[in-house]
Design a binder for this molecule. Structure first.
Ligand SMILES: NC(=O)c1ccc[n+]([C@@H]2O[C@H](COP(=O)([O-])OP(=O)(O)OC[C@H]3O[C@@H](n4cnc5c(N)ncnc54)[C@H](OP(=O)(O)O)[C@@H]3O)[C@@H](O)[C@H]2O)c1
Length: 314
């Protein structure tokens, strides 16, 4: 069964997709994607920075040449790396991504993060430094990618409301999505409403608080372990992950949970045979913690004028 879709500009985005962050091992990703495509996932989320576009390209080619899928059956999102957040970096990056993905176009191309940074080196994210960043100059080049047919739609990721408003004010081709950290602890209701009112789909990442990276944020609570979430899961005979994903999907938020575990890939797609009732929604609203639940803070960039998150929320 296919996942329901949300309107995305003149196109449609499947409301459930599969994330691929941290999966760089070829056999692992190929197996996960094979399972996901068999199950019915039709949206794959990647990024230049994930260093796995070439693996996704290989899997897609296999599926296309076997005749099991056509290009138009799948929705592919990728993202502009932070170090290429300058006008001339856009076309160059997207062409590289397309080559790795073995595609002529992506369905959605996102500016991954609102700050231009130095390239990632062996110090990883901690070593990043912010550089001056011209959002409108970058956006003009994003628009050129649509005109050239390399991206069907364009959007943002990790932009705050002020930054989205700035792009909306200047855009000739409007952004259709903002991919942001969203889960029942960091529910961002007002921001999501703002995005949806302005024609942007909110896409959630860290919908499950990424338990795989738990060691990076030992002091942060994990949504999957929340008692109320677990109770609601028992009530519906569903898993906590399904409750967390459904809580977002029911707000018309697209989700892209990452898993390389076949049973979880299946589980995360089985969201459409139950509904959360008003009592569940109220209970889930009551567990929201706001900004202090944010995992992806990138605090080393806090002094940059385009740092997107509120500072000192601990
Ligand atoms: N735009 C951005 O800045 C940004 C940032 C982060 C992520 N993303 C995108 O969003 C996607 C999702 O975020 P994420 O991967 O960081 O975190 P996530 O989806 O919240 O969590 C992924 C982790 O949850 C585990 N998991 C998956 N399904 C589960 C289930 N049903 N029960 C229990 N555990 C489960 C996975 O384990 P196994 O794989 O071992 O099963 C993995 O460790 C990414 O993959 C990426 O595509 C975007």
């Amino acid at each position: 069964m296919a996942a329901p879709t949300l309107a995305l500009g003149n196109y449609k985005i499947p409301i459930v997709g599969i994330g691929t962050f941290t999966v760089t091992e070829e056999e692992t990703l190929e197996k996960a994607l094979d399972v996901a495509l068999e199950v019915g996932y039709r949206h794959i989320d990647t990024a230049y920075l994930y260093k796995n576009e070439h693996i996704i390209g290989k899997v897609l080619k296999k599926w296309f040449s076997s005749g099991k899928l056509k290009r138009e059956d799948v929705f592919i999102t990728t993202k502009l790396p932070w170090s290429n957040n300058y006008p001339e970096g856009v076309e160059k990056s997207l062409k590289e991504s397309l080559e790795s993905l073995q595609l002529d176009y992506v369905d959605l191309y996102l500016i991954h993060f609102p700050i231009r940074t130095t390239p990632l080196d062996d110090k990883g994210f901690q070593g990043l430094q912010g550089l001056p960043t011209d959002h409108i100059g970058i956006w003009r080049q994003m628009e050129e990618q649509v005109k050239a047919g390399r991206a069907r739609t364009i959007g943002l990721s990790n932009f705050n409301q002020r930054q989205v408003e700035n792009i909306l004010r200047e855009a000739k081709i409007k952004p259709v999505a903002n991919q942001i950290e969203l889960n029942v602890y960091l529910s961002q209701n007002e921001f999501v409403e703002f995005l949806q009112k302005n024609g942007l789909v909110a896409i959630s990442y860290f919908s499950l608080s990424n338990p795989g990276l738990k060691a990076h944020w030992p002091d942060k609570p994990q949504v999957l372990e929340d008692q109320i979430v677990q109770k609601i899961a028992e009530k519906h005979k569903k898993t906590p992950a399904q409750i967390l994903l459904k809580a977002l999907v029911q707000r018309n938020i697209a989700v892209i949970p990452k898993s390389v575990t076949p049973s979880r890939i299946r589980e995360n797609f089985q969201l459409f045979d139950f509904n959360l009732d008003d009592e569940d929604v109220k209970a889930l609203d009551s567990v929201a913690l706001g900004e202090k639940a944010r995992l992806g803070g990138l605090k080393q960039l806090q002094s940059h004028p385009e740092y997107p998150y509120p500072i000192n929320q601990e």
